[in-house]
Each structure stands twice: as C-alpha cells, then as structure tokens.
Design a protein around this ligand. Structure first.
Ligand code: PLP
Length: 345
C-alpha cells in the first residue's frame, strides 16, 4: 500500500535528480576547505540570500546554534517569540550551548510588537539585567503563520537602533516568501543580519541547512560549527542535493500550499473539527477536534492502519503537512478517512 505521510515536510524523499547528482558529485575534504561542490553551494546560497557568506550546516538546529554562538556572548539575552522553534523545540540548546537567556516580547504567531521588542532591548548599563544583543525572527512561523515584510522591517529597525543584531530562523523561508508573494527572497532577508534556511524540509534535500550573513559573523559561525562537531569531510555529496533544492525546488512550494489550503477546506467541513484558518499560510494545516481522550489516543494508530501516517495531539491541536510526496488526490483520501474516523465515535 502506498503510505501517505503527513507528519512533516521533513519526510520528503530526495528526488531522483538529487540522487543522481549526489552519485556523481565532485568532492574534497571540507575541513581542508577543499570541496568544490560545497563551495558552489555556499556561494550560490550567499548570493540567493543576499549575504556576503554562507556556511553549510548539518541541520536547522545546528544553524540556529551557530548563529547564537556567533552573535552573542555567554550571559547575553536574546529577544524572541515564546513559541519559536528555538524557544520551544531545541531542547534548551540556547542555554546549554550559547549560555544565553531569552526574553519574550508581545507576539502573535511570530509577529512581534516592535514597541514591545524595543522595551526588551536592555543595554549593558544595569548590572541587574542581562544585556539583549540579539533579536530572533522566525518566518514562516512554527504555528503555520507568516510574518509580513513590513513587520520584519519594523523589528529590524528597532533592533538595529538599539545596537542588537537580528537572526532570522527561516527553516521554511522559501515557504514564507511564496506565501507572501515575494519572488526575490532578499526582500525578506534584507531585514536580518544572519539567516538560516533548511534544505531538508519542503525542498527535499536529504540532509542540511544553510546559515548566511556577513563574513565576520559567518567566520564565527564556522568555528561554532566545528565545536559542535559539524566539520564534515566529503560534504559535497550533500551539497549536490542542496544545490538542486535551492535551484529547482523552491518554485513548486505554492503547490504544497494549495494542497494544504484544499485539505484544510475539506477537514473544516467535518463535524467536530475546526481548522485554524488564520494560520493556514504555508504547507501546514492545524486543527482542533472535539474528541474524547481515548479517541484522540487512537487517532494515529487508526490512520496508520488505513495507510496514513500522522502525528498525535500536540499542545491541544493536530497538524498535517503537505509536501512534494503528497498529491491532491491524497488530500481527498485523507479527508474521507478522517470523516469516517470522526463519525465512528
Ligand atoms: C525544523 C525547524 C528547525 C530545525 O531544523 P532541523 O533541521 O530539524 O534541525 C528550526 N526552526 C524552525 C522554525 C523549524 O521549523
């Protein structure tokens, strides 16, 4: 049976073109700065993202950790959305690796109130208060929403006026750009100093992310990557797939968004299910269900028995993610199944 896997866009298989490119990639030892395919990826990514330099990292988490280590010193404070990936889903690495604390401005689905960000940006004069040296934006946001260009600009201006840097967690940066109708992603990345984007989610590369920014910060990030065990050898094998991700896979993301919107419409019509339409901007559908605890607990196994992989209830809601390996017809199949499950009591 063909399995429909809606757990995340991270489950995407590398395309045949990626597998072919990986098999024939010219490689060297990147720790000796000797891998031509990796150089090609880093140069391409830096240009695409409008930054001086870029470094290939093993994962989005490693990219974010390198960014924190590059921007901050131990004891600094980072201003960030409380429901961001770094705050919520990176096992507290900001504290354990970078030794920084977090401060939360008023924020709704990743859109931060600039005045509140300003109030969080304390300087180094009061010994009672950790100095805030970095603001982190996340776009697209983990809740499925996107942050407008104007909002990014406002936060960036406030941060820079206070002497703080800005890092953009753009794990799904190209999804955000597509959802905002932005054709050149530099319209977004002009409002950050460093940006991380994942090659391994909707873009289908098997492994890896990019961290881009000014030369001096990327140099510090390179040392941080080394400390984190991210100095790779024939990494050009991975870079070959990453190049295809950036060159060929961003243009099709609107298909995933259209499928998610379509799936969201179908699910919203099912009794007892309410789709979070205000957060249906990219490839993710979030919904509430009025199911009792035992029914909620049976849901993932029931779906799995019918050929669909889903995650269970997380923070009181459910999520399905569309991606390269999900077709429009799969959305119909899944909605029909969920209708049956919801009705079965
Ligand atoms: C997935 C994700 C990450 C981490 O990426 P990994 O490659 O899974 O480590 C970071 N930030 C956001 C917003 C993400 O969605």
């Amino acid at each position: 049976m063909n399995i429909i896997d809606l757990r995340s866009d991270t489950v995407t298989q590398p395309t045949q073109a990626m597998r072919d490119a990986m098999a024939t990639a010219v490689v060297g030892d990147d720790v000796f700065d000797d891998d031509p395919t990796l150089h090609e990826l880093e140069d391409y990514a830096a240009k695409l993202l409008g930054k001086e330099a870029a470094v290939f990292v093993t994962s989005g988490m490693q990219g974010n950790a390198c960014a924190l280590l590059a921007h901050t010193r131990r004891g600094d404070c980072v201003v960030i959305d409380p429901h961001s990936h770094i705050a919520d889903h990176e096992a507290g690495s900001y504290a354990q690796l970078a030794g920084v604390s977090l401060r939360f401005p008023n924020s709704v689905n990743g859109t931060m109130d600039p005045a509140s960000v300003r109030a969080c940006l304390t300087d180094d004069r009061d010994p009672q208060i950790a100095p805030a040296t970095l603001v982190v934006l996340e776009n697209a946001h983990s809740t499925g929403a996107v942050v407008s260009v104007a909002s990014m600009e406002a936060v960036y201006q406030v941060a820079h006026a206070a002497g703080a840097g800005v890092h953009l967690d753009g794990a799904r940066l190209f999804n955000a750009a597509a959802a905002l109708g932005v054709t050149d992603v530099r319209e977004l990345t002009q409002y950050c100093d460093t940006v991380m984007c994942c090659l391994s989610k909707g873009l289908c590369a098997p492994v890896g992310s990019i961290l881009a920014g000014p030369k001096a910060l990327i140099w510090r990030a390179r040392r941080a990557r080394r400390i984190l065990g991210g100095g790779m050898r024939q990494a050009g094998i991975l870079a070959a797939a990453g190049l295809i991700a950036l060159r060929d896979m961003t243009a099709r993301l609107p298909d995933d968004h259209a499928n998610a919107a379509y799936l969201g419409d179908l699910l919203d019509q099912i009794d007892g299910i309410t789709v979070a339409r205000d957060r249906l901007a990219i490839d993710m559908v979030f919904f509430d269900a009025d199911w009792a605890a035992d029914k909620a607990a049976r849901y993932p196994d029931w779906m799995r028995a019918h050929g669909v992989k889903v995650t269970g209830c997380m923070n009181g809601e459910y999520r399905m993610v569309c991606h390269h390996d999900i077709a429009r017809a799969d959305c119909d199949t899944v909605a029909a199944l969920l209708r049956t499950f919801a009705a079965e009591g």
